[in-house]
Design a binder for this molecule. Structure first.
Ligand SMILES: [Zn+2]
Length: 288
């Protein structure tokens, strides 16, 4: 869904459309999934600009950014375990535990570095999302000093996307609403690095048939999952357009996927995109 939404927003604004594989979480990335996704997108008529960017090959840039934060005194080593934080943190927030800043003044004796955290200050970060409207978050109250790198893991999504967006000159970000609540942290990092903040559009998530929340992976592959149901590419894109609140004519199902996309670009109405999650629409024999 994010692929379709971002394609429509970028192309309708006359912009370029880049593909980025967010494959930093290597142990959980299934081999071959990137190639499958690219093949699916190609079958559906998507054409992207430039080369596909793989975050797993850009670790050096994330390390540089993290080192800059350390040099500037904005990031510090944290030796807390999850259960230690849980004992002290105030009530868990939607984004997990609020880190109480225990290691801000240095690691306590006997502690080893488990994560690198960036300092946040007592301020509210607000932005106007192109779909969801005004969104505000008080960083110290909702997450506290947040992790940008784990000693035994990859660089955090927040740091990686901020570095990548700036490097590629991205000025529009279209993605699933599961990332809405993490956007203020990314905007905060953009300000710290003096990077421009792109325009954000967060799309409603696809739910299961009974409104059940799908896993991140289910959402990520929802387009190709739809194809497994036997729908052909054009019908699938028409359904996806309807999910995004657009009103494609039924006859478009007989067009090629590229023609469906062209209709979507020419007729995109961002204000019609719904804000609430919903199941993926069944094929219909008539449109309303
Ligand atoms: Zn700590």
């Amino acid at each position: 869904m994010a692929a379709l939404g971002s394609y429509l927003v970028a192309r309708s604004a006359g912009g370029l459309w880049y593909l980025r594989m967010e494959d930093l979480d290597l142990p959980r990335v299934v081999p071959g999934i990137a190639d499958d996704m690219l093949a699916t997108l190609e079958n559906l008529g998507f054409e992207w600009d430039g080369e596909v960017v793989y975050q797993s090959r850009r670790t050096d840039y994330y390390r540089e950014a993290a080192e800059e934060l350390i040099r500037r005194g904005l990031a510090y080593a944290c030796g807390c375990t999850r259960s230690e934080i849980a004992q002290i943190a105030s009530a868990p927030h939607e984004e997990g535990l609020v880190y109480p800043g225990l290691c801000r003044d240095g690691l306590a004796e006997g502690k080893v570095e488990r994560a690198l955290r960036v300092k946040v200050y007592d301020e509210v970060v607000s932005f106007d999302d192109g779909v969801m409207g005004r969104y505000s978050q008080h960083l110290t109250g909702s997450c506290g000093d947040f992790v940008i790198h784990r000693a035994d893991g990859p660089y955090a999504y927040h740091l990686a996307v901020v570095v990548d967006d700036a490097a590629a000159g991205v000025n529009q970000v279209v993605r699933g609403a599961d990332l809405l609540a993490s956007t203020p942290r990314q905007i905060y990092l953009q300000r710290v690095f003096n990077y421009p903040t792109p325009a954000y559009y967060h799309l409603p998530l696809v739910t299961g048939p009974n409104g059940a929340k799908l896993s991140k992976r289910d959402n990520a592959v929802s387009l190709s999952a739809g194809r497994d149901l036997g729908q052909d590419g054009s019908a699938l894109l028409v359904s996806a357009l309807r999910f995004l609140g657009q009103a494609p004519p039924l006859s478009l199902k007989d067009a090629t996927p590229s023609e469906v996309l062209a209709w979507g670009v020419a007729n995109l109405d961002i204000s019609a995109i719904p804000r609430t999650p919903a199941p993926f629409p069944e094929e219909e024999t008539a449109t309303g």
